[in-house]
Design a protein around this ligand. Structure first.
Ligand code: NAD
Length: 372
């Protein structure tokens, strides 16, 4: 079996796989094909992949045409799908609820596709959970970016010239990214407050040294996978009213709120931005799914009334080497889980709970129930 790792788009800094993980694939008896230059942005040379037992190809099309499995981080374009071999397996983030054309193209091309977003949140699949591995690094990168932009120090400093108060950081949405943002801001010495619609996270916030902000928004629910359910517009209004004062007193707001498979909730309004002190910073980590903050723009720094709103869509790319390491490991763990040692291929068992959750197309049809 041959597995191909093509180069990502020009804007992507991460590489799908690093040599240490490539070696794990070759140790399984899988032939690894790498497009020349895959690791150059994370300072990994073709030679390092070759030393790990991989082969290098200089033509993307060549790899697509020969591989049994193709793995990427970002979703494929039309040409890439057309270049895939019939009955091959394609794995990447696919954004399948929004990318209907990609999904139908993959089905029409007779490709078995796996969406990394839809790996179910069960214990056995945690090692394959790329949403979490990337969100964790993104939470860290968001705080580092905020601290770089803020013209205040994060820690309190007692100096002969007087005392500098700690920065106040407010984290909205305490999932994987939010927890890492809290932990990072605390490590830097900030005073951290946080809010989430799921009350169960209160203990987690406290255990990291943060203060959980209590806002009564009525009944909230979470799915069996731990995702928040969408709030009503009345509940969002109650949340906004409850957050106004804290927002106006915060030096930094990090928003991470997401509702699975839907647009991110719009939580921070223009009024709330305008009530903040000039020089404050907001990082909208949900910018690419619609944005939690009014006025945030994908891959832009927006300045509004003295407040900087950061909308970086690829925060894991700020720590690209580590993000590549963990993404590649997620892929390896998935393939290893279903690797049939005797027949040297992937046991594509659609009755398996993990594959049932994340396989989108197979044998010419869309097979995923939630995407269908
Ligand atoms: P996510 O990216 O879907 O959302 C981020 C956070 O935003 C969530 O905590 C959500 O509750 C919150 N949110 C949604 N609407 C909001 C609003 N209006 N205001 C404030 N916050 C709002 O979430 P995630 O990071 O993927 O994690 C969700 C949960 O799943 C977490 O508790 C996490 O620990 C858990 N999880 C479990 C597994 C597993 O394998 N069991 C794996 C990953 C995550």
């Amino acid at each position: 079996m041959q597995i191909f790792f093509p180069k990502e788009e020009d804007h992507e800094i991460r590489a799908t796989i690093l040599p240490e993980v490539a070696k794990k694939f070759t140790d399984l008896g899988i032939e690894v094909l790498i497009e020349s230059g895959l690791g150059e942005k994370v300072f990994v040379s073709d030679e390092q992949y070759v030393d790990a037992g991989a082969y290098i190809c200089s033509e993307k099309k060549e790899g697509y045409g020969s591989a049994d499995v193709v793995c990427k981080i970002n979703k494929p374009n039309h040409d890439e799908i057309q270049s895939l071999k019939k009955n091959s397996i394609y794995i990447s983030f696919l954004d399948p609820f929004n990318e209907r054309q990609i999904v139908s193209d993959l089905a029409a091309a007779n490709v078995s596709s796996i969406s990394m977003e839809l790996v179910p949140r069960i214990t056995r699949a945690q090692k394959m959970d790329a949403l979490s591995s990337q969100a964790n690094l993104a939470g860290y990168a968001a705080v580092i970016e905020a601290s770089r932009t803020l013209s205040k120090s994060f820690p309190m400093m007692m100096t002969a010239a007087g005392t500098i108060s700690p920065a106040r950081v407010f984290v909205v949405g305490v999932g994987v990214a939010g927890l890492q943002a809290i932990a990072t801001a605390k490590r830097l010495g900030a005073r951290v407050e946080a809010f989430d619609t799921r009350p169960v996270v209160e203990e987690q916030v406290k255990s990291l040294g943060g203060k959980f902000v209590k806002i009564d928004i009525g009944d909230t629910e979470e799915t069996d996978q731990g995702y928040a359910k969408e709030l009503t517009s009345e509940q969002i209004k109650m949340q906004q009213d409850g957050m106004k004062k804290i927002c106006s007193q915060s030096d930094v707001i990090i928003t991470t709120a997401q509702v699975f498979g839907r647009q991110a909730p719009r939580i921070i309004t223009q009024d709330m931005v305008e009530a903040m002190q000039p020089g404050s910073v907001i990082v909208d980590m949900a910018v690419s799914t619609g944005g939690n903050v009014e006025g945030s723009k994908n891959d832009e720094y927006v300045f509004h009334n003295g407040v900087t709103i950061i909308g970086m869509s690829n925060l894991p790319g700020e720590v690209a080497r580590d993000a590549s390491q963990v993404f590649g490991s997620n892929l390896f763990n998935m393939i290893d889980e279903f690797w049939d040692k005797e027949n040297k291929n992937i046991n594509f068992d659609l009755d398996d709970e993990i594959l049932k959750g994340c396989v989108i197309t197979h044998q010419g049809s869309i097979v995923n129930e939630s995407v269908k």
